[in-house]
Write a protein that binds this ligand. Structure first.
Ligand code: MN
Length: 187
């Protein structure tokens, strides 16, 4: 295992669920979006990266769960292994699952245990909603399983709220939120 970069100055509040996005320059460049559910992080590879623009739906391919500790990883995955190439922590923070009420309004779940249950149910159903408190990604989003295309295909969508940034493109945000390095500097 390549060396582990510890998160510096990160609020390690154990009462909150966490998420991360790792920019990963493997066979093809993508952004791994990971949400804590229990001690693991269900993960989606997003070729174009997440966006803060509600007009854009991003394809997100569900991949394998990762251990919670992996969210702090920044470094180079070795040649010959799965996903060989540099990994950069593009965003990180806490999150709250959301549930939709009958009037369509969204309510954030603050309790970690209840939130974890909501996430399990949502992933099984193929639709989750959540509020991100990241450095770059903020506000309400959804991930919805598609009924077309590849079996593991989902779409990530930004809900309209006060955090919308039209035209937001992940590739314009080039540095790690923990080390300040670019993916080329990590490589
Ligand atoms: Mn990856």
């Amino acid at each position: 295992m390549a060396h582990q970069t510890k998160l510096k100055g990160i609020d390690e509040d154990k009462t909150k669920l966490v998420f991360c996005v790792q920019k990963h320059d493997a066979t093809s460049l993508h952004y791994d979006f990971r949400l804590q559910v229990g001690n693991v992080m269900p993960s989606w590879a997003i070729p174009k990266g997440p966006t803060m623009d509600p007009k854009v739906k991003r394809l997100a391919m569900m991949t394998t769960d990762h251990d919670l500790d992996y969210r702090t990883f920044e470094g180079v995955l070795p040649e010959g292994g799965y996903g060989a190439g540099p990994v950069m922590v593009w965003d990180e923070g806490t999150y709250q699952p959301e549930v939709q009420l009958k009037d369509k309004s969204l309510v954030a779940i603050e309790g970690k245990k209840e939130g974890t249950n909501v996430m399990h149910e949502g992933i099984d159903k193929g639709e989750i909603k959540f509020r991100l408190f990241g450095k770059r990604l903020k506000g309400s989003f959804a991930l919805v399983k598609t009924n077309f295309g590849p079996k593991n295909g989902w779409l990530m969508i930004k809900h309209k709220d006060d955090h919308v940034k039209e035209g937001f493109d992940a590739k314009d945000e080039k540095t790690s939120v923990i080390s300040g390095k670019t993916i080329d500097q990590i490589k």
